[in-house]
Design a protein around this ligand. Structure first.
Ligand code: HEC
Ligand code: HEC
Length: 303
């Protein structure tokens, strides 16, 4: 993990708010959290994967994941050579798509959402047919078992995301200025096509080329909702050149940027509505698996 990622700290107000929220959610766990040294991002208590879930997760991992991610979780499965975007190496404990600050480990729900939702435009499929409550949770435990970090380090504390203000022309204009000031255009390009001057030089922590997202296509790997775009650049994508802006942007500025990024989407892009997080969770609560989800734009598929 790079120093760049580790040295980033959330603004104090936001970090302590997030911490307070997570302590509300899990009061028993809070006292075990180690006091962070000055300049270190605070983390929660160590939560190793549940050994029984790891054992249960292995069967489905071998069936569905091993061909890409490899028997040892190093990303070197049989498909490695044939995939343009390489499967994640789980042994390093570095995950791009998280709700937790830059340089920290993800929480289980981050990995569960990635598995159920997939990563659009990469080879990582959407496993929406697996049951969210059992099979996906067991796969999360199995994935985590490949890295010793989950047994020795606390998880990151999810950042707090304030409610989204209205998407107005003023907000989009303010976001456009920030897009220039923060240097987003260097990688994503002035009109968001992913063709900024730095784009051809970018590589990830595993030495693979890592192209900046082309915003005009209207698809985001980590989810299509505005709060998910917010979290992507406020936490940064660990292991990727995509930095965290959690220490430089206020929440109001971050929402302006989300609105600007959205405004770059080509309205003619072939944009298909994906199921929302709320829909995944509702399906899990009903005891239905993801295959039972009804897509917002296809009401005729409702059972
Ligand atoms: C066809 C190949 C393929 C299969 C099968 C596959 N994956 Fe992936 N997976 C990928 C690729 C490629 C990436 C990296 C995508 C990227 O970085 O954009 C990835 C990334 C991931 C990540 C990392 C996300 C992050 O935040 O960094 C997780 C977790 C993951 N896969 C879990 C699974 C699980 C669990 C299964 C089986 C249910 C699975 N994958 C099956 C190709 C695959
Ligand atoms: C140093 C280059 C660089 C800079 C600067 C940069 N990005 Fe990125 N960004 C990337 C790369 C590379 C990716 C793709 C990472 C991947 O999927 O592996 C990315 C991906 C993203 C994503 C997509 C996440 C998803 O779910 O697919 C968003 C949103 C984003 N960047 C927003 C921003 C914003 C807003 C700024 C400025 C505040 C910014 N980026 C600055 C390199 C950069």
């Amino acid at each position: 993990m790079t120093k760049r990622l580790l040295s980033v700290l959330l603004p104090l107000g936001v970090a302590s708010l997030a911490q307070a929220q997570s302590m509300n959610a899990a009061p028993a766990a809070a006292p075990a959290a180690a006091a962070p040294a000055a300049g270190e991002t605070p983390v929660g208590p160590v939560q190793p994967p549940d050994p029984a879930a790891v054992v249960r997760g292995q069967v489905n991992y071998q069936r569905y994941c091993q061909a890409c991610h490899g028997a040892w979780g190093d990303g070197r499965g049989d498909s490695y050579n044939w995939l343009e975007i390489k499967p994640r190496d789980f042994t390093k404990g570095i995950f791009k798509f998280r709700s937790t600050p830059s340089g920290t480990l993800p929480v289980d729900s981050d990995l569960a959402f990635t598995i159920a939702h997939g990563l659009y435009g990469s080879g990582m499929p959407r496993w929406s047919g697996l049951s969210y409550d059992t099979q996906v949770d067991d796969l999360v435990a199995y994935v985590e078992s490949f890295s010793p970090l989950f047994s020795t380090q606390g998880r990151g504390i999810p950042i707090s995301i304030p409610p989204e203000p209205p998407n107005t022309p003023e907000s989009i204009a303010a976001g456009g200025k920030l897009y220039t000031q923060m240097g987003c255009f260097n990688c994503h390009g002035p009109d968001g096509r992913g063709n900024g001057p730095s784009a051809p030089t970018l590589v990830d922590d595993w030495g693979q080329p890592d192209a900046p997202l082309n915003f005009t296509g209207g698809h985001f790997k980590a989810g299509e909702e505005n709060w998910q775009i917010y979290k992507d650049f406020m936490t940064g994508l660990n292991g990727s050149p995509m930095p965290s802006f959690g220490d430089t942007l206020t929440p109001a500025q971050a929402w302006d940027l989300v609105h600007f990024v959205r405004s770059l989407v080509n309205p003619k892009a072939n944009w298909e509505q994906e199921p929302s997080v709320a829909q995944y969770e509702a399906a899990a609560k009903d005891g239905k698996n993801g295959a039972g989800l009804v897509l917002p734009q296809s009401p005729s598929s409702a059972q």
